[in-house]
Design a protein around this ligand. Structure first.
Ligand code: GUN
Length: 294
């Protein structure tokens, strides 16, 4: 069976058009322009490319957007002071500090410093806590994007066996939490989380109706590890080389070519989860701006 390709790029475009209209309305009716600051520390090539894409999208949607580039050796205090300035800045509704940060900076302190009302990444413990108990909050962008993809692709999640590979705070833990909640329209699944300590990974992945892979290693999921008809969401973005023109060659955590022959639906890399993450960041920023529009 040839799998249906779930295109994050196409679903993203639909949502971005909806957001563009909302931004226009916020401007016309309330005089509010969604404001997003992205803060990048150092020059990690993957982070530079993510932040550039986030800024480009924000500008395209008509946001007020600010890009802050700090040197690799910036002090933790300087970064915390910058965050505080943006906490107080009325033109800014969303603050994003690109992770990972250099070793001398305490990531936890940085996340805690962001006003939860401007935490459009959904990483602040206040938002994480609200997410776990099902209260309205900013949902983390990648898991939020996965929920929207499953919904718009018409995947039956209610009662499904979901297996998540990876237990990061950014993807694995929150997506597992969201899918086990009774939330509508996407939730009420039976969820298993696998990780580096899992004894027999394939025994778990073979049971999955929906397999979500955020392992951070190229092609760890192969065709023999999945059952016929599985829906596969591949969160991995691995740089496995460079083209002669200097462009990064990307692959996911799933061996796409072999797994697509058994799956009923699968997300590609690139063009799958990646664009959705950026789109949900834009959605959270519009929601943050609405809080101030009253
Ligand atoms: N690094 C990898 N993914 C993310 C993300 O969603 N937000 C931030 N701030 N950093 C990241």
């Amino acid at each position: 069976m040839a799998a249906k390709i779930i295109s994050g790029k196409e679903i993203s475009q639909e949502i971005r058009e909806e957001l563009r209209k909302e931004v226009q309305e916020l401007k016309e009716k309330h005089g509010v322009v969604p404001g997003l600051v992205t803060i990048l520390v150092g020059e990690n090539p993957a982070s530079v490319s993510y932040v550039t894409a986030k800024q480009r999208t924000a500008k395209d949607l008509g946001f007020y957007s600010v890009q802050e580039n700090l040197p690799e050796d910036v002090s933790e205090d300087e970064l915390l002071q910058m965050i505080e300035r943006y906490n107080q800045d009325e033109k800014i509704h969303g603050i994003l500090v690109q992770l990972p940060l250099p070793k001398h900076i305490d990531e936890r302190k940085v996340i805690h410093a962001i006003d939860p009302r401007k935490d459009v990444d959904g990483f602040h413990p206040v938002n994480v806590g609200k997410m776990v108990i099902g209260e309205p909050c900013f949902l983390p962008c990648t898991p939020h994007g996965i929920l929207v993809m499953l919904h718009r692709a018409g995947v039956q999640v209610d009662g499904a066996e979901v297996v998540v590979v990876g237990r990061s705070n950014i993807v694995g833990k929150p997506i597992a939490n969201l899918l086990l909640q009774k939330r509508k329209p996407v939730g009420n699944a039976t969820v298993t989380v696998c990780h580096t300590g899992t004894r027999d990974l394939a025994a778990h992945t073979r049971r999955a109706d929906i397999l979500i892979v955020a392992a951070g290693r190229p092609k760890v999921i192969t065709a023999d590890m999945v059952k016929e008809g599985v829906v596969v969401i591949d969160v991995g973005v691995n740089r496995i080389g460079t083209t002669p023109e200097g462009k990064a060659i990307l692959c996911g955590d799933v061996d796409f070519d072999s797994v697509k022959e058994k799956a009923s639906a699968i997300t590609p890399v690139p063009g799958g989860v990646g664009p959705m993450t950026i789109t949900m960041l834009m959605k959270n920023t519009v929601e943050a701006a609405k809080l101030w529009a009253g």
